[in-house]
Ligand binder design. Structure first.
Ligand code: HGY
Ligand code: MN
Ligand code: MN
Length: 412
């Protein structure tokens, strides 16, 4: 007997969960990540699937093949998502897709469906980029969207490099790099994900199909000032980078509001971080997203201009570094339409097609292979928070929709 959806959910539930916040801290190449990976491997083995770890640390579980080498070009149907989390993330972002993938396979077996094509379930490593700052590292490396050299330069907040972290977790960091041979075997990748907004709640549908992902990126703003005594330094003698940072946060909100975009400073580090010292350095990370590239450019330019003006007034030196960027993703229409047709045949109503501002491995891979996404209703829309939710019936509807889609794609 393989674990049911509920049992899988219960097994994953305690892994990396912080008891005071109730949120998940499943960061790449940590103990919690290792526990999630062990869980994935055990699920694969319990189902008699062939388990594979790729050169970039992504996990694969194959039905109808012993690994990707067995598969003819473009033949494999792949589903899955990720198991890592943002700091104090919710239970659903990522794990819902992986758990639903195993449950959908069980449902297909229960139906007695014979698949004509090899099927794989994947767990992409380091999707959130919570530790090393760059999202979707596993899929970016595979697709060649992140070079080995650039990945080797990534560092976490403690100064540990990605290669050091991988080595400590027992993986070979020298092996990472593009994996075109593997990706070439995939005819379709379908990622199921909890919706990170309220479109399905508002439309009254349990499941939706993704149309596009907004262009988005992360920028690091370093404001260098001068450390000095908080109790003795005259206001006019200060070079206080906190002021420049604060003004930039407000400017970001204003630029985003004017443009119909989003801009968020959600992470900050302060040096020396003393309550009675004017900071010498304030480092803030901006996440910004917009419906199109021009709008995003306008927002970023506006924020950088406002930051530079304010820094000049404060006697503060500013540097801005773009740490990551993902261009707009328009999911392939042919595959998206195929999903719509499959679900229209099996369901009672048309499944809505919706865009999102959230990034996904399916978005990164969309430039290389046909990808599509299914969204499961989130009653509050809250995500990247312990309050993230999806109700049981909707999760079950998601599993059935995914099973229908896999059956439709993998049976001639
Ligand atoms: O940040 C994002 O959009 C994603 O959830 N990785
Ligand atoms: Mn996320
Ligand atoms: Mn996700």
């Amino acid at each position: 007997m393989t674990a049911s959806f509920h049992e899988m959910w219960q097994e994953l539930r305690p892994i990396g969960r912080n008891s005071s916040s109730g949120g998940y801290r499943r960061y790449a190449w940590t103990g919690a990540d290792a526990d999630c990976r062990a869980w994935f491997k055990a699920q694969a083995e319990a189902r008699g699937l062939a388990y594979e770890l790729d050169r970039n640390g992504n996990q694969w579980a194959w039905l109808g093949a012993t690994g990707y080498q067995d598969v003819a070009p473009g033949d494999a149907v792949v589903t899955g998502s990720h198991l890592d989390s943002v700091p104090d993330g919710g239970a659903f972002d990522g794990p819902l897709g992986v758990v639903s993938s195993f449950a959908a396979l069980d449902e297909l077996r229960g139906r007695g469906t014979e698949l004509d094509k090899p099927l794989a379930i994947v767990n992409f490593g380091d999707e959130e980029g919570a530790r090393f700052g760059l999202a979707c590292v596993g899929s970016r490396l595979a697709a060649g969207a992140l070079t080995t050299e650039a990945a080797h330069q990534l560092r976490d907040g403690d100064g540990t490099t990605l290669p050091q972290a991988m080595e400590r977790a027992g993986y070979d960091p020298e092996a990472i790099g593009p994996d075109p041979e593997r990706l070439a075997r995939i005819g379709a990748f379908v990622e199921l994900h909890v919706e990170q907004g309220r479109a399905l709640d508002l439309s009254g549908d349990p499941v939706g199909i993704a149309s596009a992902i907004w262009p988005h990126g992360r920028w690091r703003f370093d404001f260098h000032g001068e450390a000095n005594h908080a109790g003795t330094t005259r206001l006019e003698d200060r070079r206080d980078p906190m002021l420049s940072y604060a003004a930039t946060v407000l400017a970001a909100r204003e630029q985003a509001r004017l443009a119909g975009a989003l801009a968020t400073f959600g992470k900050i580090s302060v040096e020396p971080n003393g309550v009675n010292a004017i900071p010498s350095l304030v480092r803030g990370w901006l996440d910004s997203r917009a419906p199109d590239q021009d709008t995003l450019d306008t927002v970023i330019n506006g924020i950088e201009r406002a930051a530079a003006e304010r820094a000049a007034r404060d006697g503060v030196d500013l540097t801005v570094v773009r740490e990551s960027f993902t261009p707009v993703v328009e999911f392939q229409h042919a595959l998206r339409d195929e999903l719509s047709a499959i679900l229209a045949k099996t369901g009672e109503r048309t499944v809505p097609v919706l865009g999102t501002g959230a990034g996904h491995d399916a978005g990164i891979l969309s430039g290389t292979i046909p990808t599509a996404m299914l969204f499961v209703r989130n009653p509050t829309g809250i995500s990247h928070s312990p309050a993230e939710a999806a109700n049981e019936d909707d999760c079950a509807a998601g599993v059935t929709a995914l099973a229908d889609v896999l059956e439709g794609l993998a049976c001639h």
